[in-house]
Write a protein that binds this ligand. Structure first.
Ligand code: PLP
Length: 379
């Protein structure tokens, strides 16, 4: 560290230069991220609550109220009653916390999840000294229910089901999984991505996936993905708040008696941002955003299909994957045209996430470049 402070002007230049080297959602070229440009009101809320710390809630009664209200809004959206919960930094923390609770309340050591579950479940198993039993997926890359029934043992603490898989946006058969888990194991639903998409799709097309299913014990959803809030903002909701007792630790020097969060000092700007996004948009606002993303996803899939490029599965959400022959080649060709896309492993494919920062015009231009790259490199 230098001895004297750097003048603000110079420092500002340094910061601006660093920011200029970053990619920005506002440029409308990123189709490889599950995050997006937050709503302006969420951005404002974030800066207003920068110094709040919900790790010490007695000092931050206003922020604490916002957190409770946010959880109430989400419980209503997810058909839950008297749920426990709190804001977490992301679904990784949410998944770890849920599995920690499951381990301590059941006193068992196994987690069962499909191979298509997010890698944060592997982190959780490792950190918690639990055994992860990975089971196959069905033809549509959703958890295979027969494999789950066979894999569950008396040592199964928890099952992780996904509502919106990272690679394809698929929804596991949560109704059937819930039936299998009821009174047998803790069922955690990872709705990191799908949590702010599924409630706003055409209800007739969406199978049950939330707290309407009696077997669902906990659920995580990220407001910093399709929730339009700032990073980090995610929510862990638990059907029975008593589950938190299993992970409670005394917090002697703070204004709370116990802490049940993995983190001590706890992000609170994200709490305010999530609250602001939800209050500002309402169901109607989210419905419009999701409809736009789905329309643009369909546009890309239709154009690709016309050129003979079939998606791995018909997209349920605003994620499409194309199993083209030269995945990295196409990815590089698109990057040269200014687009950022990612890849999936199961199955190997070019993965496109069509977030709210992608306009219809950008989606059409992207589809054209995708088709051209595939034609050049062979589909
Ligand atoms: C299904 C799923 N679960 C968990 C995560 C991890 O979320 P985070 O990066 O917010 O910790 C992701 C991230 O993409 C995800 O798609």
């Amino acid at each position: 560290m230098q001895e004297r402070g750097v003048p603000a002007k110079k420092l500002w230049r340094e910061l601006r230069e660093a920011s200029e080297d970053d990619l920005h959602f506002r440029d409308g070229r990123i189709l490889g991220s599950m995050c997006t440009e937050p709503l302006p009101i969420a951005r404002l809320a974030h800066t207003m609550f920068l110094e709040a710390n919900l790790g010490n809630p007695g000092y931050y009664k206003g922020t604490w109220r916002l957190e409770r209200e946010t959880l109430r809004i989400l419980a209503d959206l997810l058909h839950g009653k008297n749920l426990g919960g709190f804001t977490v930094s992301g679904a990784t923390e949410g998944n770890i916390t849920a599995l920690w609770m499951a381990r301590n309340t059941t006193r068992r050591k196994e987690i069962v999840a499909a191979k298509t579950a997010h890698f944060s479940v592997q982190k959780a198993a490792d950190l918690l000294g639990m055994r992860l039993v990975e089971i196959p997926h069905d033809d549509e890359y959703r958890l295979d229910i027969d494999a789950l029934r066979k894999a569950m043992t008396r040592d199964t603490a928890a099952v992780v089901a996904v509502a919106g898989t990272t690679e394809l946006g698929q929804v596991d058969p949560i109704d059937a999984i819930g039936e299998t888990c009821l009174d047998q194991a803790f069922l955690h639903v990872d709705a990191a991505f799908g949590g702010f998409v599924l409630p706003f799709l055409d209800k007739a097309k969406v199978p049950r996936w939330d707290f309407r299913i009696p077997g669902v014990s906990s659920l995580v959803l990220d407001a910093h993905k399709m929730g339009m809030a700032t990073i980090p903002a995610s929510h862990l909701l638990v059907r029975e708040a008593k589950h938190f007792e299993g992970i409670a630790v005394e917090s002697p020097y703070l204004t709370s008696v116990y802490q049940t969060s993995l983190l001590g000092t706890r992000n609170s700007a994200g709490v305010a941002a999530a609250y602001a996004a939800m209050r500002s948009l309402g169901r109607d606002g989210y419905r419009k955003i999701v409809a736009k993303c789905m329309k643009n996803t369909a546009l890309i899939v239709d154009r690709a299909r016309e050129a003979g490029i079939e998606p791995v599965v018909e997209p349920v959400m605003n994620i499409a994957a194309f199993p083209v022959r030269d995945i990295e080649g196409v990815q590089r060709a698109l990057e040269k045209r200014g687009w950022r896309v990612s890849t999936s492993r199961t199955p190997p494919a070019l993965r496109v996430v069509v977030m709210p920062h992608i306009s219809a015009k950008a989606a059409a231009a992207f589809a054209e470049d995708l088709v051209a790259a595939c034609r050049k490199l062979g589909t």
